[in-house]
Design a protein around this ligand. Structure first.
Ligand code: NAD
Length: 355
């Protein structure tokens, strides 16, 4: 059996970090007798340069024909002057939609070796934290009606948030199921004191809670959640929230793990084919310098092994190798706080050595 993996390297540091993850997959595949076939497709700014559009049809077809897809990142200053629909970032929304991916799993865990790098006080993270943010991915304000119009004060712009019962139910179910496999605690985050979409969200969470009596569920307003994440992050196990709230809160969660370069993600639909990517962007400020932290992308590959291929041992091999390398004191520049650091390729070599 050969797993067919589509590679969307994208822009900025994308090619460097995807190449690192491919090397790690090849190494763990060799160790565990798993074969992969990698096929690159264009996405983002590079796709605009080469084909005129950020998400060419060939990329959509290639991803749909793959068993799974690994993405780097898209975007950069070169394409910043383009308008909405032509921007590289539009391809991200497009590919998620075409692949029917409505769930974004974003684990945020503090590695014990990285407690010093965490910007929170030592007593706050004494017991570490390990949460799974379940973010809705294809609905809400990022996909709602938008535009420009003449308003009371002249030119105005608007974006709208809409959520259907079906969209909320399916993501909340994923969150309950995920909580069942972890510490059985679910926090649903909304803004039900202001937003109608949040009031429907909350109502559905309470309805479904009856089917999951073994899971302890609570509601939290998003402004409070932003505060609780830095006040007491260990209180969270599984968090479920809408597209925009999840986008923002998971970046906050990433920073308290030490660096945004540490956080992987999996975007899933109803089948096993998913899209795996770091949560960070294309980091144009360090692109092409062999400085990027490849760990978020390498951990995304580990999530792929688990969720797409059910290769649990190989997935754990990668997580354990990352853990060991950090325990041994190796750091990329984003984690080194000015001390000696490894390049992207050196960090990848260390992880492979420790598989
Ligand atoms: P960013 O995540 O690219 O960078 C923010 C900061 O974190 C930068 O200082 C960067 O150097 C650092 N950083 C990010 N990843 C790192 C890594 N692996 N190792 C070390 N340092 C890392 O966010 P931004 O600067 O706001 O956006 C840059 C571009 O990326 C924009 O065009 C944006 O639209 C795009 N973007 C793409 C995605 C995606 O492809 N999924 C996500 C977010 C932003």
């Amino acid at each position: 059996m050969t797993y067919k993996i589509g590679l969307l390297k994208g822009d900025g540091i994308g090619p460097e970090i995807v190449d690192s993850a491919v090397r790690v997959l090849q190494a763990v595949g060799k160790k565990r007798g798993i074969a992969f076939e990698f096929t690159p497709y264009l996405i983002g700014g590079i796709a605009i340069d080469e084909t005129g559009e950020p998400l060419p049809q060939a990329t959509i077809d290639g991803c749909l024909a793959s068993d799974s897809v690994l993405l780097g990142a898209v975007g950069g200053p070169k394409w910043d002057m383009l308008s909405g629909n032509q921007r590289p970032e539009k391809a991200l929304l497009g590919i998620r939609e075409k692949m029917g991916l409505f769930t974004n799993l974003r684990p945020a865990k503090l590695y014990s070796a990285l407690k010093e790098e965490c910007p929170l006080r030592a007593d706050i993270v004494a017991n570490g934290f390990d949460m799974m943010i379940v973010r809705e991915l294809t609905g809400g304000i990022y996909f709602g009606e938008r535009g420009y119009r003449q308003g009371k004060y002249g030119e105005e712009a608007y974006d709208t948030e809409a959520y259907s019962r079906m969209e909320i139910e399916r993501i909340v179910r994923v969150a309950f199921e995920t909580a069942r496999k972890r510490r059985k605690k679910l926090t649903s985050i909304d803004k039900a004191n202001v937003l109608e979409t949040s009031r429907l969200w909350r109502k559905i969470v309470h309805e479904l809670a009856v089917e999951y009596p073994d899971v302890e569920v609570s509601d939290m307003l998003v402004d409070n959640a932003a505060m609780q994440l830095v006040r007491n992050p260990s209180q969270f196990d599984v968090v479920v929230t809408s597209n925009m709230f999840g986008d923002i809160l998971s970046d906050e969660a990433s920073q308290i793990t030490g660096s945004i370069g540490m956080l992987p993600s999996a975007s899933l639909g109803s089948g096993t084919r998913g899209l795996y990517e770091p949560i960070h962007g294309s980091a144009p400020d360090i692109a092409g310098q062999n400085k990027a932290n490849p760990i978020a992308t390498i951990l995304s590959a580990s999530m792929m092994l688990l969720y797409a291929f059910n290769e649990k041992s190989a997935s754990e091999d990668i997580v354990n190798a990352v853990d060991r390398v950090l325990e041994l004191g190796y750091r990329t520049a984003d984690l080194a706080r000015g001390k000696a650091s490894l390049s992207t390729t050196e960090m990848t070599d260390k992880i492979i050595e420790n598989l």
